[in-house]
Design a protein around this ligand. Sequence first.
Ligand code: PDD
Length: 282
Amino acid sequence: MTIAYLNGEFLPLADAKIPVLDRGFIFGDGIYEVIPVYHGKLFQAQEHLQRLENSLEKINLVNPYARATWLELINTLIAHNQGGSQIIYVQVTRGVAKRQHHFPENTTPTVLMTSSPFTEPNKVTEGYHVITRPDIRWLNCDIKSIALLGNVLLRQEAIANQAKETILIRDGYLTEGAATNVFVVLQGIVFTPPKNNLILPGITRDVLVKVLHDANIPCQETAVSEAQLRTADEIWLTSTSLEVAPITRLDNQIVGTGKVGAVWSTAWDLLQRYKQQILQAN
Ligand code: PDD
């Protein structure tokens, strides 16, 4: 039975209920995190909790728990769900209040945590297909907001076009995917857009930038134009669940040789090695 955490209580997921006037439901007024667990062990927990704290601060929501409490609660949730590999979803909303746009006074935030099984990705031999669309989202994409309508509509376009993801373009430049960060390789140099208000600062992105630097593979966090994206030798997606995935078709055009890239293969191996080291040390 899947166990969830809701406002101080561990309970079966089916019994976790939230009042309809919760501001998460009414306004999408809340933030979330998605944290991977490999064989019972959290990966990059401090980084995910730091981003959770940043998101809360950016929407003026007081963090309901200290970092140590978050860790304790999450580890208890992992144990309740039989250890193993899981994805932990954490959501905090501004709580239940009379329906009015401005912040309510003295409302307790709602905290929900759920766990779903995580099938770790394998090193693929075939790349994925992606499409591009204009980035129609708001200008605070660095907040991991639960208000995901833009992302939902954009990801749905990928599915409708038999693609894995929709890569987003704003003012002629690559931002990110609907639920992923994007890397491109041009003449042996890896590029990924810089962290700013236009993208989510992905935890997998940061790990990948670090392992590439450590391996002396040139990697630049600089703006990537649509023209660079369209002429890239390799394109990769990163996210907690995908890790780093190769793209071999962009809007039905072949990327590079049309095969998974050599730099991607090295990046995949470096990421796996780093993950093993961190998990063994935990
Ligand atoms: N999505 N960009 C966006 C818009 C995302 O939603 C995500 C993650 C990422 C990658 O971030 P990370 O490497 O920290 O997972 C980038 C999660 C997995 C989700 O919404 O389920």
